[in-house]
Design a protein around this ligand. Structure first.
Ligand code: PLP
Length: 447
């Protein structure tokens, strides 16, 4: 991102101009690395349904949905109307609100595992609160997590999120790799890294720390691990291990809640002790939530005889988020979940056909209402297999640029998430354009 060279290259688009100004006041020019694009990010003007128009006036179909957080696309009329009403009544109080109670009641009704719930402001905060609750409940300090899984920015949760062949260590003893420089060694020592979907090896590693682990943290469809669903064997093995060893099972459903009415955990017969939520439950506004068994959630009870985990936040459960979130989640009822998953199934099938037609070494993974395209001939089974090589990165970028230039926005790992306002029309456009992208790749990299 060289702003001087852009100036010389004469890029006078509104986005380029805004970016030059952004660079004067923000490191990297923006507050979220996810929106960066070369040579500059594009700036949004408005979103309507599944379409986003940038400040240049270009309209694209949105398969990124603010990193999987917009389940009904942009500016859903029912959400807008309810939020407008709430805005006029005030946005945040040092009082509790009915909006909080209504939304907590709704979310608790979606799963037997959500007996009690508390709201926070982001997925990062939700995961952090689950880990702190697990420590408070068990009196233990260590946590275990899957190599490569993204759970937000909390020091402990982000360990090994960006591990690479240079530092990930032996497969049967994965290293705890820091993300941010300056991460305390004590944090790394307290995070145990396990491989995804390898129950035997994961249990062997967990056994080495059995007496010290407060919890195992799992995303059941981890995006960075390849967007592959957890197998029943893996989930059950981890669940059983936590039962036998006095640890909690924490599921990060910040993204995957969209997979079923009660989240990806519905794929299995048993429920985790705690669930972190975020993204779509905010109805387009910042949010997080922690749900779980009443007895464990009691650690957050400030009225208990002994307070073990105080939890507060100035904007937690603000009535605007609560209102937008409740309306959105009520609209995302069982038929809506089913319809969206079928639409995504159509997308995955058609992408597989396009890969065959173009005859390139690529594959598609995903479940529920999400998919991810890999420039690999065979679907990865874990983070090490999903790791994107330099050659694959070049092809992925070519595909993403082709999609973008032809009116389609994706998450930069070539992951797509659907919104309920999409129809077969948008899926067919996506897969047609993708076929063109695959053919372009084939032409540039013939074998
Ligand atoms: C699985 C998962 N957990 C947690 C987070 C963190 O959520 P937030 O960005 O709201 O802090 C994310 C964000 O992408 C996520 O994908």
């Amino acid at each position: 991102m060289n702003t001087a060279s852009e100036e010389q290259s004469g890029d006078h688009s509104r986005s380029a101009q805004l970016y030059r100004r952004g660079c004067q006041v923000m490191p990297g020019g923006v507050s979220r690395n996810t929106v960066l694009r070369s040579p500059h990010p594009l700036y949004a003007q408005k979103g309507e349904g599944c379409y986003v128009t940038d400040v240049e006036g270009v309209r694209r179909i949105d398969f990124a949905n603010n990193m999987a957080s917009l389940i009904h696309g942009h500016a859903h009329p029912e959400v807008v109307a309810a939020v407008k009403q709430q805005l006029e009544k005030g946005t945040a109080f040092t009082l509790a609100t009915e909006a909080e109670v209504l939304f907590a009641e709704h979310l608790c009704s979606r799963s037997a595992g959500f007996e009690k719930l508390r709201f926070v402001n982001s997925g990062t905060e939700a995961v952090m609160s689950c880990l702190k609750a697990a420590r408070a409940y068990t009196g233990r300090t260590k946590i275990a997590k899957v190599e490569g899984a993204y759970h937000g920015l909390y020091d402990y949760a982000e360990v090994s999120q960006t591990a690479s062949p240079a530092n990930w260590g032996e497969v049967n003893s994965p290293s705890s790799v820091p993300v941010a420089q300056g991460t305390p060694q004590a944090v790394l020592d307290d995070v145990v890294i396990i491989p995804f979907n390898d129950p035997e090896l994961a249990i062997e590693i967990l056994d080495r720390h059995a007496a010290e682990l407060a919890c195992v943290l799992l995303d059941l469809l981890p995006h960075r691990v390849g967007l592959i669903p957890a197998t029943a064997e893996f989930f059950q093995a981890i669940y059983d291990w936590t039962r036998s060893n006095g640890a909690l099972l924490v599921c990060d459903e910040v993204i995957t809640l969209r997979t079923n009415y009660g989240g990806a955990q519905e794929w299995f017969d048993v429920r985790p002790d705690l669930t972190a939520m975020g993204k779509m439950i905010g109805g387009g506004f910042p949010v997080g939530a922690i749900a779980g068994h009443s007895e464990i959630m009691e650690v957050m009870n400030p009225l208990a005889a002994r307070i073990v985990f105080p939890l507060s936040g100035t904007f937690s459960a603000n009535p605007v988020t609560m209102t937008a979130g409740r309306i959105s989640m009520e609209l995302f009822d069982m038929p809506a979940v089913k319809r969206l998953n079928l639409l995504a199934e159509r997308a995955r099938k058609q992408i597989v056909e396009a890969i065959k037609l173009a005859d390139i070494p690529a594959c598609v993974t995903g479940a529920g209402s999400m998919f991810r395209v890999h420039m690999k001939p065979v679907a990865p089974r874990n983070y090490r297999e999903a790791f994107v090589t330099d050659q694959e990165a070049i092809r992925t970028k070519l595909l993403l640029d082709h999609l973008f230039d032809n009116g389609l926005m994706m998450i930069n790992t070539c992951t797509g998430t659907l919104s309920t306002v999409m129809t077969e029309k948008e899926i067919d456009i996506l897969t047609d354009v993708m076929l063109g992208g695959f053919r372009k790749i084939k032409a540039q990299f013939p074998c």
